[in-house]
Design a protein around this ligand. Structure first.
Ligand code: NAD
Ligand code: MG
Length: 395
């Protein structure tokens, strides 16, 4: 039996992962983790006969314990318990916690020297070089689960990465793609959280509308595939059917197409290095009939310019960027700043951090990354509050 663990099992990626696991009889579920949705986590642990279920919140421990009292599933709570669960023996680990909270269990899983299926892009944006070095040290394999990166990874099978000229990541353009520029500042959470093609968690859906998600993915591609910033392009592709393209030095452009369903990249990582049947819709190109591509407008998507700045700076910049982005997103969701303020909060936080510390200095350990994350969050909160005050005229 192959042992599998799913971190963030109650989320969008976690649910899709368990949907695939449920169709197999050769997998044993070791660990499942979630947040406050205890009823769902307990139900998943029961259905899959998990060995251990962990909630991120200590105050939820009693509820989870009670819900699983008549089962064999062990129960734990708190961030330390989640990190510790990462080092439980497993052959395949899905990292699908959203945000920097996903770092610690992912790093711990690498010490197993097995497969880490990485949906948590924040791990590569904040700590890419450390994560890849940790994987090498333990002989572990990191497999990309982000659809674009899985697409690139698949296009590179059997290829020499030095023959790659460029990679093109596609972006749907998000829920506000067709809004007039001057109205963007008025977009509410519900507007930004409505995705035209993909069904995903609320945070990544809003990040799609701002293209912070794509900015993170550009950095992710830079870190994972070792590509130079100039080799990574972004095209708006409203149909979300071509997930990425790889251009080679002989002029060939290899595209990866498929229906927008995350069970494809998750399933590819689960079956890797083989392919096996997956319950995803097949593309009918004659019905699709046309595929459109366009250059993203930098005025609409300033996050893409920030990604270039982060890659040029290197060092701590990715960790500062991610923390500031997570804070700015919280502030937008809480109604404290406008949609268009998010990029400004991130840019200001980068500048404020650089004024206080050497932002180009690379963090040496995971603990350093988490310190930078905490410092950047404190700065971003201040920046967001100042913006909120000036927007409401109470300067
Ligand atoms: P989601 O919000 O639906 O689920 C997040 C999961 O993380 C839940 O299980 C939640 O309980 C858990 N969680 C949240 N905060 C936590 C914390 N502080 N500590 C521990 N656990 C916590 O998110 P999602 O859309 O499934 O995305 C998960 C990750 O996958 C993100 O990094 C996202 O960028 C990436 N990703 C998602 C998609 C997608 O289609 N949803 C596609 C590509 C990449
Ligand atoms: Mg993606």
């Amino acid at each position: 039996m192959r042992r599998v663990s799913v971190f963030g099992s109650t989320g969008s990626i976690g649910e899709s992962t368990l949907d695939l696991i449920a169709r197999r009889s050769d997998l044993k579920v070791a660990v499942l983790t979630g947040g406050r949705n205890i009823a769902r986590l307990a139900e998943q642990a029961r259905v899959h006969g998990a060995e251990l279920a962990v909630t991120a919140y200590e105050e939820c421990y009693r509820d989870l314990k009670e819900a699983l009292a008549d089962t064999e599933t062990a129960v734990a709570a708190g961030p330390a318990a989640i990190a510790e669960a990462g080092s439980r023996p497993a052959d395949w680990v899905m990292s699908a916690i959203v945000g920097a909270a996903g770092l610690a269990p992912g790093f711990a899983a690498l010490s197993q020297g097995k497969i880490l299926a990485l949906a948590n892009k924040e791990s590569l944006v904040t700590a890419g070089p450390l994560l890849m070095a940790e994987a090498r040290t333990h002989g572990a394999t990191v497999l990309p689960v982000d659809s674009e990166h899985s697409a690139v990874f698949q296009a590179l099978v059997g290829e020499d990465v030095t023959a790659v000229e460029k990679v093109i990541l596609t972006a749907s353009g998000g829920g506000l793609r067709d809004w007039p520029l001057e109205r963007l500042a008025l977009a509410g959470v519900a507007d930004a959280a409505a995705h035209p093609n993909w069904s995903m968690g609320q945070r990544i859906t809003i990040d799609s509308a701002s293209m912070f998600n794509k900015a993170m993915e550009v950095i992710e591609a830079h870190e994972f595939f070792g590509l130079a910033p100039a080799q990574i392009e972004v095209l708006v592709h409203p149909q979300s059917m071509v997930h990425a393209l790889v251009g080679f030095c002989d002029g060939a452009l290899m595209a990866h197409l498929g229906a927008p369903d995350m069970r494809h990249p998750i399933g590819y990582a689960l079956n890797w290095p083989d392919r096996a049947d997956l319950p995803v819709a097949r593309l009918d190109l004659a019905t699709v009939a046309r595929l459109d591509f366009a250059i993203p407008d930098p005025r609409r998507y300033p996050a893409l310019g920030l990604a270039q700045q982060i890659m040029a700076t290197g060092g701590a910049a990715g960790a500062v960027f991610n923390a500031a982005k997570e804070c700015a997103l919280d502030q937008f969701i809480a109604g404290q700043i406008r949609f268009t303020d998010m990029a400004a909060v991130v840019a200001d936080t980068l500048e404020n951090f650089a004024a206080r510390a050497d932002i180009g200095k690379a963090p040496g350990t995971l603990a350093d990354v988490l310190d930078i994350d905490a410092e950047a969050r404190a700065l971003a909160e201040k920046t967001g509050r100042a913006r909120n005050r000036s927007a409401s005229g109470a300067v």
